[in-house]
Design a binder for this molecule. Structure first.
Ligand code: PLP
Length: 401
């Protein structure tokens, strides 16, 4: 057996089979490139689902992490530490908001937003106890906790995990009338991805997000934007909501906030909304730890320059122009997305998304399939135009064979 096969066999024997990774074993990486245990190089066109927006081994982020590792790594929130205030202040400022509640993973931040909205509903809006409702969208992906999968519409994510958490109503994504009909006096929040990533990079119709903003404001309901995958530069703006000039009441952030180094997530909102929490009512041992804050502060500083957003916008225009040329030629049925983020629906005759991903792997490009025949492209924002073009060449070759 090869080193790769031995490693995969051992992983399969001793880890739960809750993933079906491509048969590649990565050992190191730099920028947009990864190297496997046998020395083969692969262009990373997934970027850890946007967690690696700034590329592998980004020097600024690694240096910030190293310096902090030597200084202080964890205090728990029982004590203050000297990176916390700067992190909260600067993240709130980047978001145009007032307060931050730091967590670690995306799902934890979504859970935190759900708890925030419910508490705000009872304490501030005056919803009768136990009646708070949150409206969500079909085909959403917000994480894997028991509560979050309770409002998933994906059977794979939900099956056998009941009993489910009540208090959620699902409406079709992009349908303003359905949303309006679902919002009632007990509704405390509308929770949406401004672009649905896992569903296949679905961009809602123009005007939908402004409509959600208008409705939620008029009905005293919080608009919670899950920008865990879409935010922090991916779409060519700091937030995907910006494309429609929308500012939600609550941002949920994760993935790229940790610079591909440590898990960092946060709920960011106004003092009125996040002010509902009192000591002891919510928390996390690792949330807002010094190492996380040090890395995230560097991420925030990098985003403040606007350089990464601009790169994503320019390279994204190029990516979408090139992908657009493939539509209608028999191999690609549709392309969606914004910035350096695309969902490509491959004609079923060309193979499943998984088969296309495996063929791309054989040609040195790593992508991820979703929902049958869709593949997602989300390279690190630091990818060079030459590398992006090379990746696109491989895709064209795979689709034509
Ligand atoms: N929300 C969105 C939009 C996501 O894309 C994801 C992960 O893919 C999550 C939440 C969950 O994040 P995590 O896997 O860090 O829990």
């Amino acid at each position: 057996m090869s080193v790769t096969e031995t490693s995969i066999a051992a992983a399969e024997a001793h880890s739960a089979h809750n993933y079906h990774p491509l048969p590649v074993v990565v050992a190191s990486a730099d920028g947009a490139w990864m190297t496997d245990v046998e020395g083969r190089r692969f262009l990373d066109m997934l970027a850890g689902y946007s967690a690696l927006n700034f590329g592998h081994g980004n020097r600024r982020l690694i240096e910030a992490a190293k310096a902090q590792l030597e200084q202080l790594t964890l205090t728990s929130r029982a004590f203050h530490h000297d990176r916390f205030a700067a992190f909260c202040t600067q993240l709130a400022e980047l978001c145009g908001m007032e307060m931050v509640l730091p967590m670690n993973t995306g799902a934890e931040a979504v859970e935190t937003a759900v708890k925030t909205a419910r508490k705000w509903g009872y304490r501030t809006k005056g919803v009768p106890d136990g009646r708070a409702k949150i409206v969500v969208a079909e085909n959403n992906f917000h994480g894997r906790t028991t509560t979050i999968i309770s409002f998933s519409t994906d059977p794979e994510a939900r099956a056998d995990y009941g009993p489910y958490t009540p208090g959620f109503e699902v409406v079709p994504y992009g349908d303003p009338a359905a949303l309006e009909a679902a919002v009632d006096e007990d509704t405390v929040a509308v929770l949406l991805e401004p672009i649905q990533g896992e569903a296949g990079v679905l961009v809602p119709p123009a005007g939908y997000l402004p409509g959600v903003r208008e409705l939620t404001r008029a009905r005293n309901v919080l608009f919670i934007a899950d920008e865990i995958q879409s935010g922090l530069g991916r779409t060519g703006r700091t937030f995907a909501c910006e494309h429609e000039h929308v500012v939600p009441d609550v941002y949920i952030l994760g993935k790229a906030l940790g610079g591909g180094v440590v898990p960092v997530s946060a709920v960011v909102s106004s003092a009125e909304v996040l002010g509902v929490f009192q000591p002891g009512e919510h928390g996390s041992t690792f949330g807002g730890n010094p190492l996380a804050c040090a890395v995230a502060l560097e991420v925030i500083a990098m985003l403040r320059t606007g350089e990464f957003q601009q790169r994503a916008a320019e390279l994204g225009d190029h990516l979408h122009r090139e992908l657009g040329l493939l539509v209608g030629g028999g191999s690609v049925e549709a392309v969606r997305g914004r910035g350096l983020w695309a969902g490509v629906d491959v004609a079923p005759a060309r193979g499943t998304g998984r088969e296309i991903s495996e063929k791309l792997m054989d040609r040195g490009v790593l992508v991820k399939d979703t929902h049958g025949s869709t593949i997602r492209l989300a390279p690190p924002l630091v990818i060079s135009k030459e590398d992006l073009d090379w990746g696109l060449d491989q895709l064209r070759t795979v689709l034509s064979t």
